[in-house]
Structure formats: C-alpha cells, structure tokens
Design a protein around this ligand. Structure first.
Ligand code: NAX
Length: 328
C-alpha cells in the first residue's frame, strides 16, 4: 500500500455526497493500492445528518478507507487535500432567478477558494455546485491569489458529456463506449452546446453515421440541455447518482492519459482558445497528460451553426461574471 489520497467533499450530507462517498472509498477511482482519506465539509445544521453518513461508511468496512474527518470549517476540511470536490451550494429557492442564485452562492466560493489556498499546496479542484462555472471562476480567482495554479480548477461538464454520449449511442444503435469525442462547449446550463459535429461513432464522424442533421441540431441538443430538468420532473429531485458518477469519471480522466486522438469535456479557464473571452471558466474539449495536467484541444472545426451556439453560451457566462464582479 503505497500512499493515501486525501479528498475533500463539500456538501457531503447532500444527495450527491451520499452517492459519491462510498464510491470514493471503494478504491474504484484512485486504484486498489491507494488508501483514501475523506475530509467532509458541511454547514453546521447538516453535521448531524453527516454523522449518519459517516456511520454508514464505517459499516461498509472499506479496506482502503484510511481516515474520515467531519467539519463545518473550510480551512480544516481542505488541510493537505489532493482533491477538492466542491459539491455543496445552496439550492435555487422558489421564484429565485439565476442571477439571485449566483449572488447567493458566490460568497461560499470566495471563502472556499481562500481556504484551499491556505490549506492545500498540491490540490486539484472540481466544482460541481451550481452555477458551477461561475462558482469555479470565483474559487479559482481566490485560489490563484493564494498560489494554486489556475489550471488546477475545473467545473464539471462530464454529466453533460455523458448524457450526450448516451443519447448519440441510443440513436446510432451502438454501445455507449463506441461513441467518443463528445465536446460540450460553454456553460453547465441550458445554453450549453453539445457538439455532435466533432463526435465519433466507432471512429467515424457521428454526423455520417446518424445522418439526421435535423435531429442532431434540434432534439439532440435540447434533450441534453434539458435533461437535468427532465430528471427533476420525473424524480422530484435533481440528478444525484449520475452527477456523482460524472464527477468520478472526471477525476479518472484527469488522472489517466487521454487515448491518442480522443478528448473529454471539462470547463477550465479560457486562455483565448476558439476566441472565448480570457479567464471565463468555459467548457472545452480537453486532453489529460496522465500526470494531472489537462489542456484544451485546439483546431476542431466549427460550423457557423456551432459558432452561433458557442457565442450564445459565452454571452451567458459573461453576464454571470458581471453579476459577481465584486467578488473577483
Ligand atoms: P443537496 O441540496 O442534496 O446537497 C447540497 C449540500 O450542500 C447540502 O447538504 C447543504 O447543507 C450543503 N451546503 C450548502 N452550503 C454549503 C457550504 N457553504 N459548505 C458546505 N456545504 C454546503 O444538493 P445535491 O443534489 O447534492 O447537489 C449539489 C449541487 O450540485 C447543487 O448545486 C446542484 O445544483 C449541483 N449539480 C451540479 C451538476 C453539474 O453537472 N455541475 C449536476 C447535478 C447537480 O444538479
């Protein structure tokens, strides 16, 4: 047993927390030769519920689970962690506009970005809590000020990628693993652009295999954009198992070198690729070098249709950034 990976999970008593913690502790992400320590952060009123989750983790008797810490103090939670999975945030209340939600949650990510920089020298951060891209922008801003490299901050787009991949596989009548290179561009919101034009089915262009441009530019995009709302309408609760699964997929994709010619989707700070405003946390096709570094895949062809969609989602992110300008 060589080492211990320390993972902070915020909002650990929530739905996604409940789905993700056993899987993190099982060894399926960091490998069966790596111990896992969990640092769980919650707001004070949720600590009793979190104690119940901790009891269940004990009752799983995971051989690799090294240490579980529970706290309502961000600095304590992030002490020495290698990964920060920032899942906790306030849900959208009745009648609340997107702008109100951004204002409600922004301050959480100021404090957590600062705490990460003070407590964790070698950390990678995945922001899941919504609005994920702008929350990530805020955490990144404060983390970078404290010395964490900018490229260590990501916002989760993997659930959108997985949803798109599944829809394309269903349409093409192939296994989901046979669909690759699904880029999601922009914001984790209803303006995101799931890109079928660059996707592949069994290595061939998806547009050739599916061939139905009307479906690819219409129903496919809307289904992916609205999938979260569809799950809420059916289940009465937002996606949790699939969101937890996507976060773990993201971590695994960062840890392992991306196969030659392939990419996955993650929101990272724009350095101006594809003309996107610098600094926005924007979803791009990315590749991992297998040592924890990821870089944007340059040079993908974008049709006029795609460029229009990408512009719209960029505009939404620019508006979101303007709403939190005072926090940056
Ligand atoms: P829950 O409401 O079940 O859990 C959220 C937890 O966060 C609660 O236990 C709450 O006490 C805690 N929390 C609130 N403020 C906190 C703070 N300052 N520090 C630590 N913990 C805090 O929500 P859940 O279904 O688990 O979803 C969590 C977040 O993920 C939400 O913002 C949700 O919108 C977002 N999602 C993001 C997705 C993505 O693809 N990026 C998809 C799934 C999900 O909708």
């Amino acid at each position: 047993m060589s080492r211990t990976v320390r993972v902070a999970v915020t909002g650990a008593a929530g739905q996604i927390g409940y789905a993700i913690l056993p899987r993190l502790a099982s060894g399926e992400v960091f490998g069966h030769d790596t111990r896992v320590a969990l640092h769980l952060l919650e707001i004070t009123p949720a600590l009793p519920a979190l104690e119940g989750v901790v009891m269940e983790l004990q009752d799983c008797a995971f051989p690799l689970l090294d240490d579980v810490r529970v706290t309502d103090d961000a600095k304590e939670a992030f002490e020495g962690v290698n990964w920060g999975l920032l899942i906790g945030s306030k849900p959208r209340g009745k009648g609340m506009e997107r702008g109100d939600l951004i204002r409600e949650n922004g301050p959480i990510f100021v404090g957590q970005g600062q705490a990460l920089a003070r407590a964790a020298a070698d950390v990678r951060v995945l922001v899941v809590g919504n609005p994920a891209n702008t929350n990530c922008l805020i955490a990144m801003h404060h983390g970078v000020k404290g010395g964490i490299p900018r490229e260590r901050f990501h916002a989760m787009m993997r659930l959108d990628q997985n949803r798109a991949q599944a829809q394309l596989a269903l349409k093409a009548g192939v296994r989901v693993a046979e669909v690759t290179n699904v880029a999601i561009w922009g914001n984790h919101s209803a303006t995101q652009y799931p890109d079928a034009e660059n996707a592949k089915v069994r290595g061939r262009p998806c547009t050739e295999v599916i061939g139905h441009v009307g479906w690819l530019q219409g129903e496919f995009i809307q289904t992916v954009q609205q999938r979260g709302a569809e799950v809420i309408a059916a289940r009465g609760l937002s996606s949790a198992a699939s969101a937890a699964n996507a976060a773990l997929d993201h971590v695994r994709s960062v840890l392992h070198a991306t196969p030659e010619g392939e990419f996955f989707s993650a929101a990272v700070a724009s350095t101006g690729s594809y003309g996107i405003d610098e600094g926005l946390v924007f979803s791009f096709p990315v590749r991992s070098d297998g040592r924890g570094g990821i870089e944007v895949v340059e040079g993908l062809e974008l049709s006029e249709f795609a460029r229009g969609k990408i512009k719209a989602t960029e505009e939404e992110l620019l508006e979101e950034r303007a709403v939190v300008e005072d926090l940056l």
